[in-house]
Design a protein around this ligand. Structure first.
Ligand code: ADP
Length: 272
């Protein structure tokens, strides 16, 4: 097993008038190699949660285990954790700043202390993985389209060869074609390797299409955690917490067409 959260809580600005209990008693397990969709309304705690996964934010209480070891114990190699759990922030292109694409993607490996040759090899591998055409490797990141910039940013994280790739709303602000391309590429990456993918989205449709498992956050808590069909069975409750019902209904329709007996599953869940 790869990541385990035990009774994890996070409070912003504790002890002040702005105190906000953003994560409440989160218990989760994310096995290695899974494609997990993390969904929830704005403010439900998704970004806060994923920033715990590579130690960027430290829990107020509770534990987080990576490969069986509590990352909060003294002497834990945080740097190693940051290399293994790659985080792609929202609008990651805002962090592209080097003269050309290649140099930008080399930035992470260079920071890891790798030789220039190894950095280049890693960057080439990562750029291929994200499907960016070779003619752009020497271009300034600023000359690229929105979707291409995002590929470069994802390549920058992949060049560090993480075992877990966490993406916060990777399709935000892209047109429908750009969105599909990026998501297909991520799904392809996941299939090609044993990379664990945690995809944060507020789009049920995106999540449903790719994830093995869906975690639904609501007001800082995990409300549902299961296979897409199990989670969608709660579509009435999902609608109440602002997760678009028509899309869910449409997905259920889709699942039925794929031969999945959605109704049986719903009955099973309701009976359980
Ligand atoms: P999401 O990613 O699902 O939109 P966030 O994790 O960003 O949710 O936010 C969870 C809660 O924590 C929200 O109520 C938000 O207002 C609050 N929050 C987020 N960042 C901060 C911060 N830096 N200081 C105080 N409160 C914050």
């Amino acid at each position: 097993m790869s990541i385990k959260l035990e009774h994890l809580n996070y409070v912003y600005s504790q002890g002040t008038a702005y105190e906000k209990h953003a994560l409440k008693d989160i218990c989760l397990e994310i096995p290695h190699g899974e494609f997990v969709g993390l969904i929830g309304h704005t403010g439900s705690g998704k970004s806060t949660l994923i920033q715990h996964l590579n130690g960027l934010v430290k829990a107020t209480s509770g534990a987080l285990y990576y490969e069986g070891r509590n990352i909060y114990e003294e002497g834990y190699p945080m740097r190693e954790l940051r290399n293994q759990v790659g985080l792609v922030f929202q609008y990651p292109e805002h962090q592209l700043f080097e003269v050309d694409v290649m140099t930008d993607v080399c930035f992470g490996p260079k920071n890891q202390g790798l030789s220039p040759e190894e950095c280049k090899a890693r960057a080439l591998e990562a750029l291929k993985l994200v499907g960016l055409k070779e003619k752009y490797y020497k271009a300034s990141p600023f000359e690229l389209s929105g979707g291409q910039k995002r590929r470069v940013a994802i390549a920058g994280v992949l060049a560090m060869r993480p075992k877990v790739l966490v993406l916060d709303e990777p399709t935000a602000g892209l047109d429908p074609k750009g969105r599909d391309d990026i998501l297909d590429q991520i799904a392809y990456l996941h299939k090609q390797s044993d990379l664990t993918v945690i995809l944060v989205s507020h789009s049920m449709e995106d999540i449903a299409r790719y994830a093995d498992r869906i975690i639904v956050m609501n007001k800082g808590q995990v409300q549902y955690n299961g296979k897409p069909v199990e989670v969608f069975a709660h579509y009435k409750e999902l609608e109440k917490i602002g997760l678009a019902a028509p899309q869910v209904t449409y997905i259920m329709h889709d699942l039925k067409e794929q031969g999945l007996d959605v109704k049986t599953n719903i009955t099973t869940i309701e009976e359980a």
